[in-house]
Ligand binder design. Structure first.
Ligand SMILES: *[C@@H]1O[C@H](CO)[C@@H](O)[C@H](O)[C@H]1NC(C)=O
Ligand SMILES: *[C@@H]1O[C@H](CO)[C@@H](O)[C@H](O)[C@H]1NC(C)=O
Ligand SMILES: *[C@@H]1O[C@H](CO)[C@@H](O)[C@H](O)[C@H]1NC(C)=O
Ligand SMILES: *[C@@H]1O[C@H](CO)[C@@H](O)[C@H](O)[C@H]1NC(C)=O
Ligand SMILES: *[C@@H]1O[C@H](CO)[C@@H](O)[C@H](O)[C@H]1NC(C)=O
Ligand SMILES: *[C@@H]1O[C@H](CO)[C@@H](O)[C@H](O)[C@H]1NC(C)=O
Ligand SMILES: *[C@@H]1O[C@H](CO)[C@@H](O)[C@H](O)[C@H]1NC(C)=O
Ligand SMILES: *[C@@H]1O[C@H](CO)[C@@H](O)[C@H](O)[C@H]1NC(C)=O
Ligand SMILES: *[C@@H]1O[C@H](CO)[C@@H](O)[C@H](O)[C@H]1NC(C)=O
Ligand SMILES: *[C@@H]1O[C@H](CO)[C@@H](O)[C@H](O)[C@H]1NC(C)=O
Ligand SMILES: *[C@@H]1O[C@H](CO)[C@@H](O)[C@H](O)[C@H]1NC(C)=O
Ligand SMILES: *[C@@H]1O[C@H](CO)[C@@H](O)[C@H](O)[C@H]1NC(C)=O
Length: 602
């Protein structure tokens, strides 16, 4: 049983019965536990194609299981809170991994939308994830995330850990029959392998070059070395979230809904990065396919629109300090739920977070007074879940900063043409910002210049009396960080480029003998990211593409038949840190190809 928020004019939650019977999938690399139970019921394993963690092949120095809970009612459910237990003093570690495991034994009669979950330590968010669609049988998945950058939080005593798993439905729907066994653990790894480390996964080991062993030492470089802006972990992390019993996120309902939190920042702070977590739901789950209001009004449609451009605005004391156009994560019930079984879409199990360097504003913030940090969603429609972690780096030496900055500038161009239900809507946005700061320390004067450019292009076409929707979208960002010493010599030049193309087609029409609505669907999505530092000779390139084609017949609230293919190519080149690539082909829920390699392809 499944649900889909189908993209026809009246957005509805459809409950679908999947007729195709997927076999248990091939195991992804981190499907470690095979024999711990002798399951008689077949298990369906869901997975996201992503870079495996180098630590997956070794035994943790220590681990702490913090929560083991069964969520049975996820309608507006409240959070589950336990004491957070840091690793014992005796545990030697340098890498921390959050392990989030879910076993889904939901019964078939639920008619839920997508489930969204969050994990917080004292209000600091460490994971945002969505739930796979329930299957006929028990299904499970496992999310592992490197959480070393939260060092200053995960080493503290007397904190709480909270987990929320909700089906946030706009209507008065019930979510019944759900049964998610969620277990949350923290695994702590040391770089030095114990000579008795038998659990080393020999099969996986050769796959990733970066795991080369040198004198019993794992070479963690590349994959594990976190990069800008977390080259070193922060000294303190302040949650910009809202303590409440149903999650620490702010639920933002529309563009006028401004949420703020007051913070006081230590004057010794010399660097500050705001890490933003964002997910979009309800009428904005597919914000990038929303038509403009003029079209809706002209056609008298009972839907919400506001066009197809969204960005999350971050303000400091009411002034714009940064903006984020989120990666369009498609949750496992989205567009055509048959696509996402057993492999989910890019980011579905580990929603990306976004870093905004607010160091240029420190001059304003470090005066020992309260300042308000605010969030807003441009043209937002109900609803968005937003919060952030403020990472702060401090120094005892007398750091002085002189800063110049240009607040984000924006150019937006829209071109809407429509006749009746058919039309073409184009939106183009360009943003740029820059800042320069000088830091004087024992090392002399260091000048850092950050420039960022964001480009957004969205073309939405409605054809055949609006029954056919075509989307072509591209989000591009380029961030440059240039560091020079007092003689003007370059000591660092980092360039980060991200390109997120997305193409979606949804065409519905009668045409099924059973009288249902046949909906043809395609999703082509990409995530390309590159990071380079010429001075340090570091270069990392990630290219992840997915291509899904298929159709479904929807009758009443159910998908009664359908067909889906999902092809994904993942390639990561970490330069000296090694390479990893994976190709996954899924046809009708069967994993027909799953190949991994470690060759570096140029
Ligand atoms: C569910 O389990 C039954 C047997 O218990 C099996 O016949 C069927 O193929 C399974 N379905 C899926 C989708 O794995
Ligand atoms: C898992 O179980 C199978 C059969 O029950 C057995 O052959 C295999 O050795 C077991 N693997 C491990 C790692 O225990
Ligand atoms: C697990 O299943 C296998 C085959 O069905 C059986 O031989 C074995 O005894 C079972 N092990 C346990 C611990 O139940
Ligand atoms: C969670 O609890 C169940 C039942 O109490 C137990 O079988 C399982 O091993 C526990 N899992 C973890 C990770 O502690
Ligand atoms: C689930 O929780 C909701 C909201 O708290 C409540 O209204 C509903 O009655 C609960 N359902 C069940 C079956 O307990
Ligand atoms: C799934 O839930 C049903 C009832 O809710 C229970 O009888 C069954 O044992 C559960 N299966 C597993 C694997 O937990
Ligand atoms: C934790 O809190 C308790 C009670 O407030 C206090 O006695 C204890 O010293 C605290 N422990 C640490 C490590 O801060
Ligand atoms: C869940 O919350 C939403 C909005 O907060 C509300 O409209 C809805 O009635 C609630 N549902 C239940 C079952 O309590
Ligand atoms: C919610 O579930 C209860 C019990 O299963 C049912 O009586 C009620 O009608 C349901 N409400 C809605 C809005 O579906
Ligand atoms: C979930 O955990 C509960 C105990 O916490 C256990 O009774 C149940 O069998 C577990 N279900 C699955 C699917 O593991
Ligand atoms: C869906 O695709 C099929 C096969 O290509 C085609 O025959 C049918 O007309 C399409 N339906 C719609 C609504 O586009
Ligand atoms: C996606 O796959 C279809 C066939 O499955 C192919 O025709 C199409 O060219 C592919 N698109 C891209 C962008 O790779």
């Amino acid at each position: 049983m499944n649900t889909v928020n189908l993209l026809i004019f009246v957005p509805l939650f459809f409950t679908i019965t999947v007729q195709s019977i997927p076999k248990p999938s091939l195991s992804p690399p981190h499907s470690v536990k095979q024999n711990d139970t002798n399951e008689t019921i077949p298990l369906q394993q869901f997975f996201e194609v992503t870079l495996p963690l180098p630590t997956d092949v070794i035994t943790p120095s220590c681990s702490v299981t913090l929560l083991n809970h069964t969520f049975t009612n996820t309608t507006n459910s409240s959070s589950v809170t336990v004491n957070y237990i840091p690793p014992p003093e005796t545990c030697k570690w340098s890498v921390a991994v959050l392990d989030f495991q879910v076993k889904d034994n939901s019964t078939q009669d639920n008619s839920n939308g997508n489930g969204i979950a969050g994990v917080w330590i004292d209000g600091v968010e460490v994971l945002r994830t969505s739930t796979a669609q329930p299957t006929e049988n028990v299904s499970f998945w496992n999310v592992r995330k490197d959480v070393t950058k939260y060092y200053s939080i995960i080493t503290q005593h007397n904190l709480t850990l909270s987990v929320v798993l909700q089906h946030l439905i706009n209507k008065n729907d019930n979510v019944s029959g759900v049964n998610y066994n969620v277990s949350v653990s923290f695994l702590f790894y040391d770089k030095i392998l114990s000579s008795r480390s038998h659990s080393l996964n020999r099969k996986l080991l050769p796959i990733i070059k970066s795991f080369e062993l040198e004198d019993d030492k794992l070479v963690f470089d590349g994959v594990l070395k976190s990069s800008y802006p977390y080259d070193t972990h922060a000294d303190s992390i302040i949650p910009i979230s809202k303590p409440s019993n149903d999650g620490f996120w702010f639920k933002i309902h529309d563009e006028y809904d401004i949420r703020t939190k007051n913070v006081r920042i230590c004057p010794k702070t010399y660097k500050a990065v705001l890490e933003l977590f964002v997910s979009f739901h309800g009428d904005d789950e597919f914000w990038y396919m929303n038509p403009p209001d003029s079209y809706i009004k002209a056609n008298g449609l009972p839907i919400t629109g506001k066009g197809s451009y969204r960005e999350v605005l971050v303000t400091i004391d009411g002034k714009l300090a940064g903006t984020v156009i989120p990666f369009p994560v498609i949750y496992p019930g989205g567009i055509n739920p048959l696509f996402w079984k057993p492999v989910v879409s890019i980011g579905a199990f580990d929603l990306p977070s976004y870093d905004i360097d607010i160091t240029p504003y420190l001059g304003l913030l470090t005066d020992n007074r309260n300042h308000s940090i605010g969030f807003q969603v441009t043209d937002g429609v109900s609803f968005w879940l937003v919060d952030a972690n403020l990472h702060l780096w401090m120094d005892d030496s007398n750091v002085q900063e002189i800063v110049e900055y240009e607040p984000p500038s924006m150019e937006i161009e829209t071109d809407y043409e429509f006749e009746g239900l058919d039309g073409t809507f184009e939106t183009e946005v360009e943003r740029s910002m820059s800042s320069t700061r000088l830091v004087q320390s024992s090392k002399g004067i260091i000048k850092t210049k950050v420039t960022e450019e964001i480009k957004f292009k969205n073309k939405l076409k409605f054809k055949d009396d609006g029954t056919r929707k075509e989307l072509e979208q591209k989000i591009k960002t380029k961030t440059k960080v240039k560091v020079t010493d007092n003689k003007g010599h370059s000591i660092g030049e980092t360039v980060i480029e991200k390109t997120y193309p997305l193409t979606i087609t949804v065409a519905s029409g009668r045409g099924s003998p059973s009288g249902g609505l046949r909906v043809n669907t395609t999703v082509v999505q990409g995530r390309s990211e590159s990071f380079s530092d010429e001075v340090a000779s570091i270069s990392r390139v990630l290219n992840h593409d997915l291509n899904c084609t298929g159709w479904m017949v929807v009758k009443g609230n159910s998908v009664i038949s359908g067909f889906a293919e999902n092809h994904q190519n993942y390639s990561y080149n970490g330069g000296e840190g090694g390479c990893y690539s994976r190709t996954v082909d899924v046809v009708e829920g069967d994993v027909v190809v799953d190949e991994m390699a470690s060759n570096c392809v140029k």
